[in-house]
Ligand binder design. Structure first.
Ligand code: SF4
Length: 468
């Protein structure tokens, strides 16, 4: 059982520095152009040879959005031209067919997730058609544990649409809310009413969706404690199964839409922390379990039960209960994780389209993990999901002497030990209740790439959001 997080303002302020979110290790900036289509094909063929067929998770990226949210850091295209969705699907079907042909048919698909952008830019009929295509090309599981999930923008979907999505097979939904406060919504150009949002949650429940997630953001312009408290209270009335409460990362040089946010309206560092504390206190008092890295779940939700039995997993879609799958990313910018490789599709639409029009798999970069990468990926995965590093298990699995192998990393971690963020004992390193909000700071100690000279502080390396 993990300790619930405790909130130590001074410590959090001290450790609030930029770092990766570790939805993968190595992180995407380490991918390189030396890994292309041939390497991806080879990786799939090798994975087909596993003695026990490894199941598949499919991620489909829909890049279009109807309206620009100013805080957005996603890869998306703003348009109201619905024909663009139709054209996109032509290429997406080509990619699905090309990828599916590589996998043996005994590779069961246990999870399908539509992300964006705004997946419901596509109509329910189009989304149902995509699912039918996937069922035709892959072996999609019929088991009760299969997950077919979609990120929904409640402003552009109706309760009747939810009925059609359920009939098509969707059983999980994630709704973007961020904040219901009218001032905040105006500042970020996302006007979304409470009624339309709650009506979609109700419709998901009425149509038998297994789980509904709501995304909130703290640290947005004009956000106040009183306003955010009202938002939390409103959301809790609907009692979603899961909540994600992300910190807004203001990086306008990296994400151009953020230039439209008036930086003087952003809450100061103390208010940001107070907003996070408010969210944690409110949600845990309401019975939610803090799963880790911004995520909360009701105790009987699959995420919480998977964590309790050690079966939680983290990938580009966030936390998931389906460990030990190969991830197949489809669509512009999507990332695949097959065996010991990562590969990514072009981030811009023309590059992705062009490759498919030429009959190529649209891979523009990736990497094959070294033995050291795999060990560190395993370590970081365990830390992000279970809040601990299983020293003895890693020594057995990788035939290493942990203290010797990670001597430099453990030295880097010593200040965190001194500050009470981690504790060592009984063959494991464990995040304490103070350390649970700073998992990525702990993970950063074990990130080989972060400590290379090219990424040293003060050099122009990859830009990451802050920890809090
Ligand atoms: S936040 Fe979501 S809906 Fe808004 S522009 Fe970004 S991807 Fe689109």
């Amino acid at each position: 059982m993990l300790d619930p997080p405790t909130f130590d303002t001074a410590l959090l302020q001290r450790y609030d520095r930029p770092g990766p979110r570790y939805t993968s290790y190595p992180t995407a900036p380490q991918f390189n152009a030396g890994f292309g289509e041939a390497e991806l094909r080879e990786a799939v063929l090798a994975s087909n040879g596993d003695p026990i067929p490894r199941r598949l998770s499919l991620y489909l990226h829909v890049p279009f959005c109807m309206s620009p949210c100013f805080y957005c850091g996603c890869n998306r295209i703003i348009t109201r031209d619905l024909a663009r969705g139709e054209h996109y699907l032509v290429r997406l079907y080509r990619e699905i067919a090309a990828m599916a042909a590589l996998f043996d048919r005994d590779r069961e698909v246990i999870q399908i997730h539509f992300g964006g952008g705004t997946p419901n830019f596509l109509s329910p009929a189009q989304l149902a058609e995509v699912l039918d295509t996937l069922r035709h090309q892959f072996t999609v599981s019929l088991s009760a544990e299969r997950d077919i999930s979609i990120e929904l923008d409640p402003r552009f979907v109706s309760p009747a649409d939810i009925g059609q999505l359920a009939a098509a097979g969707f059983n999980r939904a994630s709704l973007g809310v961020q904040d219901f406060d009218a001032d905040v919504q105006a500042a970020v150009n996302r006007i979304q009413s409470v009624d339309e949002t709650l009506a979609i949650i109700d419709a998901c429940r009425a149509h038998g969706f297994r789980s509904v997630n709501v995304d909130l953001i703290y640290g947005l312009p004009r956000q106040t404690l009183a306003g955010f408290a009202r938002t939390l209270e409103t959301v809790l009335r609907a009692r979603p199964d899961r909540l994600a409460v992300y910190g807004y990362a203001h990086l306008p040089e990296l994400f151009r839409p953020q230039k439209q946010i008036d930086a003087s309206e952003l809450p100061d560092a103390a208010t940001r922390l107070a907003l996070l504390q408010l969210a944690i206190t409110t949600l845990t008092s309401a019975g939610y379990v803090y799963v880790g890295m911004d995520h909360f779940a009701l105790p009987d939700d699959d995420l919480a039960t998977a964590q309790a039995r050690g079966g939680l997993h983290r990938n580009f879609m966030g936390y998931t209960t389906h460990a030990d799958t190969d991830l197949v990313g489809l669509g512009v910018s999507a990332i695949s994780h097959i065996g010991d490789t990562f590969s990514q599709n072009p981030r811009e639409l023309p590059g992705w389209q062009h490759a498919l029009d030429e009959g190529r798999l649209p891979v523009f970069r990736g990497m094959r993990l070294s033995d050291d990468d795999q060990l560190r990926a395993d370590l970081i995965q365990s830390l992000m999901c279970q809040g601990e590093i299983p020293i003895s298990a890693l020594e057995r699995r990788y035939d290493i002497d942990f203290e010797h192998y990670f001597a430099a990393d453990l030295a880097r971690m010593q200040p965190l030990v001194d500050d009470g963020l981690v504790r060592t004992g009984q063959g494991r390193i464990r995040a304490t209740s103070q350390g649970r909000l700073l998992l990525r700071n702990i993970a950063m100690c074990f990130d080989h790439y972060l400590h290379q000279p090219a990424n040293a502080p003060g050099t122009p390396g990859p830009r990451f959001s802050r920890a809090i």
